[in-house]
Design a protein around this ligand. Structure first.
Ligand SMILES: [Fe+2]
Ligand SMILES: [Fe+2]
Length: 203
């Protein structure tokens, strides 16, 4: 596994912009840290983190044409808001170019931007690591969200989705409905936790 990780890092260093490569490495280490905290397989978490943005060096237009070329279905809204498509195409690249056949890793890459209802532990680890890695500094509430990542992962995912939607709605333009679906699911989970008296996490 270690040799494969080194090969993948070398390949991605060649392909990605230096800042994207640094982000990739930071996300992979955050994935390892969260896997330690939540008893997940460290190597799978590292691999998912390393590959999560493996299609990010293509432009939106290139990704749309690559998805069409490979027969990946594209919805109208994905074409209107193509920023999330690097995740869908990234899962294809990880499987077909880098030989990843683990469905948990492919799912974590596929949903790292939008999230989805009922994410697996690895889905949540990669989604969260992508948002809180140390190179991120612009999102509001980052310090609270970083602490939550290690104390209540579902609540953390809810706060990330809430903050992402607020940002995207203020910016205007199209927001992928997958993000709204994920938000609705984790908001409901959060509200249920409050009703059960578990929502009093004071951070
Ligand atoms: Fe990404
Ligand atoms: Fe990323």
């Amino acid at each position: 596994m270690n040799e494969r990780i080194i090969e993948l890092k070398t390949e991605l260093k060649r392909l990605l912009k230096p800042s994207r490569y640094e982000h990739t490495i930071s996300v992979s280490y955050m994935c390892i840290a969260l896997a330690m905290r939540y008893d997940y397989d460290l190597h799978k978490a590292e691999l998912a983190g390393i590959l999560h943005d493996c299609a990010k060096y293509y432009s939106d237009e290139e990704i749309i044409s690559k998805c069409r070329e490979k027969g990946l279905p594209l919805s109208e809204e994905e074409i209107k808001a193509p920023a999330v498509l690097h995740a869908k195409y990234g899962a294809w690249v990880a499987e077909h170019q880098y030989g990843i056949d683990d469905p948990e890793i492919l799912s974590a890459i596929r949903y790292h931007t939008t999230g989805k209802p009922e994410m697996s532990l690895l889905d949540k680890i990669v989604f969260t690591a992508d948002y809180i890695e140390p190179g991120r500094d612009r999102a509001p509430g980052l310090s609270m969200i970083r602490k939550l990542a290690f104390t209540d992962l579902d609540k953390c995912v809810y706060e990330i989705l809430k903050s992402t939607l607020e940002y995207l709605e203020n910016k205007g333009g199209n927001v992928d409905s997958a993000t709204y679906k994920a938000y609705d699911y984790y908001k409901q989970l959060h509200n249920q936790a409050i009703c059960r008296g578990k929502g009093g996490n004071t951070i």
